[in-house]
Design a protein around this ligand. Structure first.
Ligand SMILES: [Zn+2]
Length: 75
């Protein structure tokens, strides 16, 4: 799905997605991975966060998360 600013939120179908900067926090097996100041789309109604606002960021975050999960799996 291609998201852009102004897209109706797929979660609540009520709010509108807006590009914003958030701190993203992921948990995996009790370990935490943080991304400071990532651009994401967030709903102004239900306040859910959506994926990074562009493909490059999404790939980079995905890569880093994968590395993080591997590290956690290693122990
Ligand atoms: Zn919403």
């Amino acid at each position: 799905m291609y998201l852009k600013e102004g897209t109706i939120c797929p979660q609540c179908e009520c709010g509108v997605l807006k590009e914003t900067t958030r701190e993203l926090v992921f948990n995996y097996k009790g370990e935490t991975c943080e991304f400071k100041s990532e651009k994401v789309f967030a709903c102004d109604h239900c306040e859910c966060d959506y994926a990074a606002s562009n493909w490059d960021d999404m790939c980079r975050i995905g890569e880093e998360l994968r590395g993080f999960c591997e590290e956690v799996d290693k122990g």
